[in-house]
Ligand binder design. Structure first.
Ligand SMILES: [Zn+2]
Length: 508
């Protein structure tokens, strides 16, 4: 997941927190609710009436989700909770194929692998050609070579990693004074005179209390702007390199990479511990660093979105997208970001095939390429398919990890939220009943579709630990619990099939 998405999610979370309510939370059978006239379809109305009243389906809900379909959704959930397909696929993607940065041999091997697996399920598979950036990591070392109290003849190692988009230092590195700022205002106040020729460190803290309280995406959004825009702001004042404090909710002296705006200077992320060290030493006097970062931007290369259709029985032209992104950062193996999203989307089709359930509309599994380094996969899909968006009934992306699902972030109308309540109730036994209204698209790759009016959904997960590992070498298979991945697969499969088989297309 990239900066833009997280900024969006942050604003969403802020909005929800201020309102003090979740706009529309599906009722579980334990939350009885009085019968409502069918004209009362607004989610707000439902929410206001949700305390202590028995849930009864409106005529519109009954028509769209008759007993047979509700039974199928229960069967899909039950099958998903007993299915290791997604986990086996994730194990192959992360351990056998490995890291999948855009432009890499592994990313393209993953494209071929996922396409092959979806063909094995009997889906109609196309590879959609995408031109992707190809940035490769080089040497990344740094040491403090001059600081207050330094023992003669010694230096202190700094642990860091290059940010995507970073340019290279000279092979032997650069040596420059370090200036530490806490925010953009402090940088601006220093001005060109005190910044030019120096290495700038943005020492923005990640708010761990917010993360622990379940607001990790808000904390991420606050800190990540320095990763996105810091190097450009520093370069504009003549800095020779820009560093950030890693954007993360745990400190194990582990650097976290990510996308950074191209600024024409080397850009990196130091660990939280090293950011503290540098801030403390800079406050005591002169601080000089030797910095060596030698990434390379290679020519753009060819990759693919994988698009696989389980054709609808009645309305094959109407599409429900279930998706995740196949590319990952290179430090770890992209298990939580976002192999997990891809494999739960694959399982949505696998379960339908296994149970011999044919959706009324087409269930389209998409494994997006290049979410992390520019979004060229979703841009290409938008260019190639914009004229069909009128028939894209809904799109789901899972790109926030693999932890326990609470429900869905949804950018759909209040009427549509209320209409989907019976689907959320099916997921009540795993606690995934929330339909949390979002004013922003709940997934980077489905943003253009959302802006074109397509209803969009993202799986809403327990994100408290996500940023401990996100974009670091620790994003590996062991961070995914098979039981929680099964819950996510159940959520994706149930919602995907419900949207594909309810009587009418979800209203916009
Ligand atoms: Zn992601």
């Amino acid at each position: 997941m990239t900066t833009t998405t997280f900024r969006s999610r942050t604003l969403l979370t802020v909005a929800c927190a201020l309102a003090g309510v979740i706009t529309a939370q599906a009722q579980t059978p334990q939350q009885p609710k009085p019968a409502q006239p069918s004209s009362q379809s607004s989610a707000q109305t439902s929410s206001q009436n949700s305390w202590g009243a028995a849930p009864q389906m409106s005529p519109e809900q009954q028509e769209n989700f008759p007993p047979q379909l509700r039974g199928e959704l229960e069967a899909i959930k039950t099958a998903a909770l007993a299915d290791d397909y997604a986990y086996q696929q994730l194990a192959h993607l992360t351990e056998n194929i490995g890291p999948r940065p855009s432009g890499s041999a592994q990313a393209n091997a993953a494209v071929d692998y996922v396409a092959g697996e979806l063909r094995k399920l009997g889906l109609e598979v196309q590879l959609e050609e995408v031109k992707v950036p190809h940035w490769v990591r080089g040497v990344e070392t740094a040491e403090l070579v001059e600081y207050a109290g330094q023992v003669p003849g010694t230096a202190q190692k700094v642990v860091l990693t290059a940010l995507g988009g970073s340019t290279s230092t000279a092979p032997e590195g650069i040596v420059a004074d370090v200036v530490v700022v806490n925010n953009f205002d402090e940088l601006k106040a220093l001005g060109r005179e005190k910044v030019a020729g120096k290495i700038v460190l943005f020492n923005e803290l990640f708010d761990k209390q917010k993360a622990a309280a379940g607001l990790s995406f808000m904390a991420y959004g606050e800190a990540v702007r320095y990763r996105g825009a810091g190097s450009k702001a520093a370069a504009d004042l003549g800095a020779v390199a820009a560093l950030i404090r890693s954007v993360a909710s745990a400190d194990f002296r582990l650097p976290h990479t990510g996308w950074s705006q191209a600024a024409g200077i080397p850009a990196g992320a130091v660990t939280a511990e090293d950011a503290d060290l540098m801030a403390h030493l800079a406050a005591q006097g002169k601080l000089r660093m030797r910095l060596t970062l030698t990434p390379q931007k290679l020519p753009d290369t060819t990759s693919y979105n994988v698009i696989a259709d389980l054709k609808g029985s009645e309305h094959p032209e109407q599409i429900i997208v279930v998706s995740g992104h196949l590319d990952s950062w290179d430090l770890g193996t992209g298990a939580i970001d976002d192999g997990a999203g891809v494999v739960v989307a694959m399982e949505a089709a696998e379960i339908a095939q296994k149970l011999h359930l044919r959706p009324r509309r087409t269930l389209r599994v998409v494994a997006w390429i290049d979410e992390e380094t520019g979004g060229s996969g979703s841009k290409t899909y938008t260019k190639d398919h914009a004229s069909e968006f009128v028939n894209h009934v809904a799109a789901i992306e899972c790109d926030t990890g693999a932890a326990h699902p609470i429900g869905f972030d949804v950018k759909i109308s209040p009427h549509a939220i209320e209409l989907l309540r019976p689907v959320a109730e099916v997921l009540g036994s795993i606690g995934a009943t929330a339909l949390q209204s979002s004013s922003y698209p709940p997934g980077a790759d489905i943003t253009a579709m959302s802006e074109a009016g397509v209803p969009t959904l993202g799986i809403l997960q327990d994100g408290r630990l996500y940023f401990n590992y996100h974009h670091s070498a620790a994003d590996t298979l062991d961070k995914v619990l098979p039981s929680e991945l099964r819950e996510n697969a159940a959520a994706m499969a149930v919602m995907g099939y419900a949207l594909a088989s309810m009587k009418d297309p979800l209203p916009r």
